[in-house]
Design a protein around this ligand. Structure first.
Ligand code: SAH
Length: 358
């Protein structure tokens, strides 16, 4: 799939012709990663954030949200819940919160890894190298850090540096790979100022980084963020601007699958938010093979408002789980068993194999 073909599909609007893209993505998904849909229990461990990203409702300057941090007990209860529901992975996500201390999190990771068979994924922002090293040593398996856009000018606008340290997520992603994490990244679709060329470059970047996991969702304007307020100034002319709509997000999911056949690709909550009725299923039949059900205690959910009206704000994990299982079966798929590791080896395991000649 070359760049021109990616651009062709991104600009295609004819629904009948798009069927071919969906079919191709679904076929590649089936052959490369099979029919299992892996479930990752999401624990939103803190909504405190040091950064001022222009798109995100958790940004430090947003004084309108009440901040929370889960206790050790709450986090371990969520992990136990994940095991009880049969999930193979927990994802601990937060704002870039330095109040989530390196050692405390390392202790929690060790505890989860010794008490349960769960894979542990972290999504905690651009933490310093020593944190990434410590957590990997504690047993963390995977790390998610979206590069958001591969256009450096646009990235600089929407993602200001912290304390004058230049933000280089691509460098961190390469470092995570070196440390032996399974590495996940992704972008928002339809950021004001994002061109079709930019999104084609993003997809090429997924491939270049040889990502184990790719998450894409539409940019959803949060009224208490500068990006929502500046959108009309930043937006490109309609023939160049990527729309932040449902169909364009499916295209990005499908193209990510074609670019990276082996990757684990979630059908994201942002997609389920733009189409509450069946966004999640449509993502799964157009390239995705992962769902991340939310296990955060219900009383904290409304506070983790990266964008408004997130899907499943009020749904208990048990109800959601039952409905999700039947929806997965309805589209002819099965619920994944085990950890659902990436089929692409981590650097560490290929190095080990090289050493043992295996
Ligand atoms: N603080 C961590 C993880 C939390 S945010 C980090 O920055 O990596 C997780 C993802 O949510 C972000 O990477 C971004 O792609 C997405 N996100 C944030 N605000 C959003 C918005 N307004 N609309 C859609 N997605 C958003």
């Amino acid at each position: 799939m070359d760049r021109n073909e990616i651009l062709y599909w991104l600009r295609e609007t004819n629904e009948q012709r798009l069927e071919e893209l969906w079919r191709r993505a679904d076929n590649v998904r089936r052959r490369a990663v099979g029919d299992q849909v892996h479930l990752r229990g999401l624990i939103e461990i803190s909504n405190v954030c040091a950064r001022s990203c222009l798109y995100c409702g958790l940004r430090a300057p947003n004084a309108k949200i009440e901040r929370y941090r889960l206790t050790d007990r709450e986090i371990l209860d969520c992990a136990a819940h994940a095991v009880q529901l049969g999930y193979g992975t927990v994802v601990m996500q937060a704002g870039e919160d330095y109040g989530v201390e390196t050692d405390r999190l390392a202790r929690l990771i060790r505890q989860i890894k010794s008490d349960t068979p769960l894979a542990v994924t972290l999504s905690l922002g651009e933490r310093p190298d020593q944190d990434l090293v410590a957590w990997r040593q504690a047993g963390a398996d995977r790390y998610l850090l979206r590069f958001e856009t591969s256009n450096p000018k646009l990235y600089k606008i929407i993602h200001p540096d912290l304390n004058n340290r230049p933000s280089d997520r691509i460098a961190i992603l390469r470092r995570l790979d070196q440390l032996g994490y399974e590495v996940g990244s992704g972008v928002m679709v339809g950021i004001p100022g994002q061109s079709y060329d930019d999104l084609a470059d993003d997809i090429a970047m997924f491939r270049e980084l040889r990502l184990h996991m790719i998450g894409v969702g539409p940019w959803l304007p949060h009224p208490d963020t500068p990006l929502a307020q500046m959108a009309s100034q930043l937006r490109l002319p309609p023939d160049r601007q990527v729309p932040n709509d449902e169909i364009t997000t499916y295209k990005a999911v499908a193209l990510a699958r074609l670019a990276c056949p082996w990757a684990n690709i979630p059908s994201t909550t942002a997609l389920a938010t733009v189409n509450q009725a069946n966004g999640r299923e449509l993502g799964l039949v157009r390239g995705a093979n992962v769902v991340m059900p939310n296990l955060t205690p219900l009383r904290y959910r409304p506070l983790y408002e990266i964008y408004p009206a997130k899907a499943c704000l009020q749904e208990s994990p048990d109800d959601f789980h039952l409905r999700l299982r039947s929806r997965i079966h309805d589209i002819g798929r099965t619920v994944g068993a085990g950890r659902g590791d990436s089929k692409r080896q981590t650097n560490a395991s290929s190095a080990r194999q090289a050493e043992t000649g295996g």
